[in-house]
Every structure is written in structure tokens, then in C-alpha cells.
Design a protein around this ligand. Structure first.
Ligand code: SAH
Ligand code: SF4
Length: 367
């Protein structure tokens, strides 16, 4: 007796996020010659920022067929909030109706895009607004590269004419979503695709020790930034509970054996929290921990937000801290961008409409 074969419903796979090999399989299945895959690849990532309907090198019937069967999957810009300093916070919609935030930061010689790797974050750092959301889900490679395409399309950015930096410092912990982050990086860095060189891509981690080694073993990868944020294990565990699982000495150990490329150095980020990790003693300890690394330190004073219990150190404190660290390790102060629209580091919490109460950026405030 013949058993009826079950009809398997295959969910449509969005095109954005597929690599050349996957596009080749798709094009073959549609009965088209292989060179169509390269046209599609170039059209998706290089020329048309994910807008399949505009890839005029492809026959109309193929374009329509692909869109009908797959959909482009390009995230859609839902909202823009523009800061007095020119920074723009974007809310982008994903196919399942969820949203994530990304930030466009214009600078004199280049533009920087800060994108998300997860919707929310499970890591629970005490000073970060994203942590308050918890983790909703991982983003796909297409959703990660799609944020870059969506904003590039919205602002008409041309990475080959004017440099674009991409930092994975928005929502989420990239090393807890490593596969899609690496695939997205390959699509971003491929000169035949988006064309943003590896040295212009930065991945920031709270210190997922086993994943740091795996990240370092990838042939194509961004630069690595480590959120240090404390000068001792005890202090770090207080503000970053992940440090109980991956202690500071193990983190520094994996950094010591990290395979830096010739042109590369590690970045250590340090959020200064008033009266918690910002003393001269902390600065001396940080310098002691990092002396000997090929690295730099980026300091950032806390960006405030409702539900965050820490205070903002004064400019004088930040500068004093910087000079002490700088005696032994190159150390820079990162000026917050877009604080007034909740676009600065650690402030991304899907504030769907402009906040009614603006944070007071004045110094030395306890919130
Ligand atoms: N999850 C990754 C990347 C996203 S967070 C990580 O933690 O590294 C990006 C950066 O923002 C991190 O360096 C983090 O320490 C910093 N950050 C988080 N909350 C902040 C806040 N309220 N003010 C300033 N920086 C903050
Ligand atoms: Fe997650 Fe980074 Fe925020 Fe920590 S600082 S909760 S790891 S997004």
C-alpha cells in the first residue's frame, strides 16, 4: 500500500542574508543559468541595498518570481529620531514584526553605523538599558547585514566613495550569536558584496571567553572590542554578572593569546560609573592589567536611562582617569553621541517615540 507523502511546507527564505553559494542553488532550482546568481548577489548587496525589484540586470519574470517565493527580507525603517548633534536613531522592523534599533553617527571623514546583533540581550549588565529588555531572539545574518543595507539605502551611503564603519555595539551580545554575526561580516566585507573592509568593522563583547577564541579563528572577522568596565574581578562581577561565569583572569588570558593581525590592536571599553569604578586606584589597576597588550582603551562616561541606578562621573574625573591609564596604555575618551535621543551606548531599548523627559547631560549627577 502506498503511503501518502506528507507535504512539507517550507517557509520562504528571504534573499538578504544568502551568500553566493546559496544564491547559486536558488537560481539553479529556478532553471536559470549560474551567472544570474552573481548578478543577484551584486544587486542585493552592492548596488541596490537589498531592493530586488530594482536589479535591472535580472529578467523581470525572475525578479518577480524570486520576490514572490522568497521576499527580500530587507528590514524596514520604521522610525528615525535625529539628535541635535546629527546622530540618528533608527527603529527597524523585521519580518516577524519585531523591531531593533541601530544608530547612524556622521563624522567629518566617515560615517559610523552602530547595529544590533540580537533583539534584546540576556547578559544583564547593570548599567545597560538593553539588559532590561531581556533576550527576545537572535537576529539572522540577513537581519544583521540588512540593518546596514536599510540605513545605507535611507541615507544614500556609498561605502566605496566615503568610508563607512560598522560597529556591532547596538542591542545584544554578538558572541552569543556568533554564526550569523560571522556570516553577516563576510557579506559586509566581501568587495563584491557590501564592500566594507574588515578593518572598518568592530565587534564588541562583554567577554564570552570560549567564543573569543572561536571568533579569532575565523579567517574573515571584524576587530575585537572587549567591554572591560571594571578594574578587579569582584567589581566586575558586581556590575557584569557574566563575569562570575567568565572571570576577569580567564578573559585577559584569552585576550593575551588572541591572534591579532598585523594592522590590528585590541580595544578595551570602559564605562565609568560615578563612585563605583572611576577612582585613581581603579585607573592604576586598569593600566596594570592591560600594560603589555597591543591595545587601546576607550573610556565612556555612563549614559543615563530610567532604571539605571548609577551616576555620571564629572568631566574632571574622566580626564584624571584617562591621564593615569594613558601613562601605560593609549587611552581615549569617547564623547557620547545622540544622548538626547537615547541613541548613545547602552541606551538602546526600543524607545519607540521620543522620550518625554530628556536625560540631563550635565556632569556629576546621580540619577
Ligand atoms: N554586548 C556587547 C555590545 C553591545 S553594548 C558588549 O557589551 O560589549 C556596547 C557598549 O556599550 C559596551 O562597551 C557596553 O559596556 C557599553 N554600555 C552599555 N551600557 C552603557 C551605558 N549606560 N553607558 C555607556 N556605555 C554603556
Ligand atoms: Fe548586553 Fe552589552 Fe548591554 Fe551587557 S552591555 S547587557 S552585554 S548589550
Amino acid at each position: 500500500m502506498e503511503t501518502p507523502t506528507a507535504r512539507v511546507e517550507v517557509a520562504p527564505r528571504p534573499l538578504v542574508g544568502l551568500d553566493l553559494g546559496e544564491l547559486l542553488a536558488l537560481v539553479r532550482a529556478a532553471g536559470e543559468p549560474p551567472y544570474r546568481a552573481r548578478q543577484l548577489y551584486r544587486g542585493l548587496y552592492r548596488d541596490h541595498a537589498g531592493r530586488v525589484s530594482e536589479i535591472s540586470t535580472l529578467p523581470l519574470a525572475l525578479r518577480n518570481g524570486l520576490l514572490r517565493d522568497c521576499g527580500s527580507g530587507l528590514p524596514e525603517v520604521r522610525q528615525r529620531h535625529t539628535s541635535a548633534d546629527g546622530t540618528v536613531r533608527y527603529l527597524v522592523g523585521l519580518q516577524d514584526g519585531r523591531t531593533v534599533e541601530c544608530v547612524f553617527i556622521p563624522e567629518r571623514a566617515r560615517d559610523t553605523l552602530c547595529i544590533s546583533s540580537q533583539a534584546g540581550c540576556a547578559v544583564d549588565c547593570r548599567f545597560c538599558l538593553t539588559a532590561l529588555m531581556g533576550l527576545e531572539r537572535n537576529l539572522t545574518a540577513g537581519e544583521i547585514v540588512g540593518q546596514v543595507l536599510a540605513i545605507a539605502g535611507d541615507r544614500d551611503l556609498k561605502p566605496r566613495r566615503r568610508p563607512v564603519n560598522v560597529v556591532m555595539m547596538g542591542m545584544g551580545e554578538p558572541l552569543l550569536n556568533l554564526g550569523p554575526v560571522m556570516k553577516a561580516t563576510r557579506l559586509l566585507a566581501d568587495p563584491a558584496a557590501v564592500g566594507i573592509p574588515q578593518r572598518r568593522i568592530t565587534v564588541s563583547t562583554s567577554g564570552i571567553v570560549p567564543k573569543i577564541a572561536e571568533f579569532g579563528a575565523s579567517a574573515v572577522r571584524g576587530k575585537l572590542a572587549i567591554s572591560l568596565n571594571a578594574s578587579s574581578q569582584g567589581q566586575r562581577a558586581e556590575i557584569m554578572p557574566i563575569s562570575s561565569k567568565y572571570p576577569l583572569d580567564a578573559l585577559l588570558e584569552v585576550c593575551r593569546s588572541y591572534p591579532l593581525r598585523r594592522w590590528e590592536r585590541l580595544t578595551f571599553e570602559y564605562v565609568l560609573l560615578k563612585g563605583v569604578n572611576d577612582s585613581d586606584t581603579d585607573a592604576r589597576r586598569v593600566a596594570g592589567l592591560l600594560a603589555g597588550f597591543k591595545c587601546k582603551v576607550n573610556l565612556i562616561a555612563l549614559n543615563p536611562g530610567a532604571g539605571i541606578e548609577f551616576g555620571i562621573p564629572s568631566d574632571d574625573r574622566v580626564n584624571a582617569f584617562r591621564s593615569i591609564v594613558h601613562r601605560r596604555v593609549p587611552c581615549f575618551v569617547r564623547k557620547p553621541r545622540g544622548r538626547d535621543i537615547f541613541a548613545a551606548c547602552g541606551q538602546l531599548r526600543r524607545t519607540a517615540s521620543p522620550p518625554l523627559v530628556h536625560p540631563d547631560p550635565s556632569e556629576g549627577q546621580n540619577l
